[in-house]
Design a protein around this ligand. Sequence first.
Ligand SMILES: [Zn+2]
Ligand SMILES: [Zn+2]
Length: 231
Amino acid sequence: MGGVSEMRTLISAVIAALSLLTVVTVASADHAWSVYHWPSDNLSPTVVDRTTSPLYDVPAGVREWAKLGTSIQPEMATANKKGDIKVKESVISSTSYLGLAGVYLDGDGHITRAEVVLNTRLLVELYGPDPRDIADHVLCQEIGHVLGLYHNRDGDDTGGSPDNTCMNDQGHLGEYTSPNSHDIDQLNDIYDGHSEAISDGDEGGPDCSKNSNAKKCRNGQWITVHVFWAP
Ligand SMILES: [Zn+2]
Ligand SMILES: [Zn+2]
C-alpha cells in the first residue's frame, strides 16, 4: 500500500483539479467586473433608496436581480438602516453620464460597500418628460455593476450570449430593461462555490489603510467606478 503510486495518484489528482480550476477561471472571465465580488459573509447586501424622482422604482430593480435566484441576493434595507448599497440621484448639473456605479474594495477585491448615482436631469433633458424604460435600463445596469458584473455587449467581444440584457450599454437604450440568463450564469460563476481561501490574494485595490489619502482611496478604501455615458 501507499508509497510512490499513491503519491502519483495524489499528484495527478491535484493536476486535474488545477486544470479544472483554470478552465473555470477562463469561463468566468466573460462579463465579470474584474474580480470584484461581495464576500461570502455578505451575500445579501442591503440597498438604501435615496432617490426622489418617480422615474425610479428601486425596490423593483433590486427584486429583479434577487429573483434570478443566484447566491447573491440583494435586498432593500429596513427603515433607518444605513445599507451596503446606496442609490441616489446626481446633484451635480454638469455631469454627462446617465448612471454611475462605484464599488469600495478591500485588498482582496471584496466589495465592502457600493453606490449608484442616477442622472435624472440628463435623462429628462435627452429623452423627454417620462423616460421610464430608459431609467429602468440604467438602474438595472448600475445594480448589476455593483453586484460584480461588467457589460455584455452585442457580439462576442465583451460578455456572452444572449446579450439582450440591461448590462448591454450599446444602444438598446430602454429596450433591455432586465437581466437575462447569461447574467445568471455569470453570477453563478462568481458566487457559487466561492471560497475565500482560494480567492484571497485576488487583485483588488491597493491597501488604502497604509495611505488613505492616495489617489482613488476614499475613507481608507479603494474605490472604482463604472460610468454609463449618455450616447
Ligand atoms: Zn471572496
Ligand atoms: Zn455600465
